[in-house]
Design a protein around this ligand. Structure first.
Ligand code: TXA
Ligand code: MG
Length: 309
């Protein structure tokens, strides 16, 4: 089940699918130019074909190979934030499979930072890789999370320890040359406008320009709610941030995303703590939102989607 980098690359080159670590979350990778491998990814995840995948690269020249044209603003963002937790959406070249893009004319591309991911991509890439979880379930930030959801359904896993960022990449496209955020992440809107010297950024509209906008996503199995209950029910949990609320003692289980109220630390802990609370056999659990700035927006986005039933 656990593979070396070389063995993983060998399996990928033959059309197999392997879970690999990145700095954001674990991805379920397959060779981007092998349609059988891509179909296996959708099947293993139970993911509908309309939800497109991200193609992962390790060199900028591969970006030019996948998209028809790279506008100046995309170049600036890639220069500043690659390798890293940023995905750029641009019009695709013919050779990029419609299976990857869900029939869209654009393709999402990311250059991850984690060295293991880069090594595997160099040997066997470009790699199409969604997060290595079942469709609409919690994203994996450790090998244990991957084994729990996909063990037995895939050709192996490369163990890279915990994911440092802990939350999926920011997905950015362009409309009339202006940046549009389809999914918030560690590269924040504020960082993007500063890099481009533009006044503001757009937010992907509900016309499903990106299925990352699907309301329900990233879900634990235990009923999960945003906000604090006026009366704390029996056997329920709390996912807190910063100073604990007065009533925290009444919860059966309390986890704190960051005692010192640091949103970077909270992002790194987010999925691990959601997985943990989900495994505690609680009747339900609650979370408080973070202050809505910077990375807080991305974390709140995942919390709200995880609470949609
Ligand atoms: O950090 C990440 O992005 C991780 C790691 C493994 O790289 N990957 C990841 O993949 O989160 P996935 O498949 O779980 O999410 C991909 C997101 C979805 O929200 C999808 O809708 C969006 O990217 N996406 C993919 N192709 C797109 C396109 N052509 N236009 C707009 N959004 C797209
Ligand atoms: Mg995902």
């Amino acid at each position: 089940m656990f593979l070396s980098i070389d063995k993983a690359a060998e399996i990928l080159k033959k059309g197999g699918i392997v879970a690999i670590p990145t700095e954001t979350v674990y991805g379920l990778a397959g060779n981007a130019f092998n349609e059988t491998a891509i179909a296996k990814i959708f099947a293993a995840k139970g993911r509908p074909y309309f939800d497109p995948l991200i193609v992962h690269i390790a060199e900028f020249s591969k970006f030019e190979d996948l998209v028809t044209e790279i506008p100046e603003n995309a170049k600036l963002l890639a220069e500043k934030f690659w390798p890293g937790p940023l995905t750029l959406v641009l019009p695709k070249k013919e050779k990029v499979s419609n299976l990857i893009t869900g029939g869209l004319s654009t393709v999402a591309v990311r250059m991850p930072k984690k060295q293991i991911a880069r090594d595997i991509i160099k040997l066997a890439g470009p790699l199409a890789a969604p997060s290595a979880n079942m469709f609409q379930r919690l994203s994996p930030t450790s090998v244990e999370h991957v084994v729990e959801q996909l063990g037995g359904k895939i050709d192996g896993i490369v163990d890279g320890g915990a994911c440092e960022v802990g939350i999926e990449s920011t997905v950015v496209g362009f409309e009339n040359n202006m940046p549009v955020i389809y999914r918030p992440g560690a590269v924040t809107g504020e960082m993007i406008v500063e890099c481009l010297g533009v006044g503001s950024w757009g937010v992907g509209s509900s016309k499903l320009s990106s299925p990352g906008l699907l309301k329900k996503h990233y879900c634990p199995s235990t009923p999960f709610f945003i906000g604090l209950p006026s009366e704390v029910p029996k056997n329920c949990g709390l996912l807190a941030f910063g100073e604990l609320p007065v009533k925290s003692g009444e919860f059966a289980e309390v986890l704190n995303l960051s005692e010192k109220a640091c949103s970077t630390e909270a992002a790194a802990n987010l999925y691990g703590m959601l997985h943990k609370l989900d495994s505690c056999k609680l009747d339900k659990f609650f979370a408080t939102l973070l202050p809505p700035a910077g990375l807080g927006n991305a974390i709140n986005d995942r919390l709200i989607k995880a609470s949609c039933r």
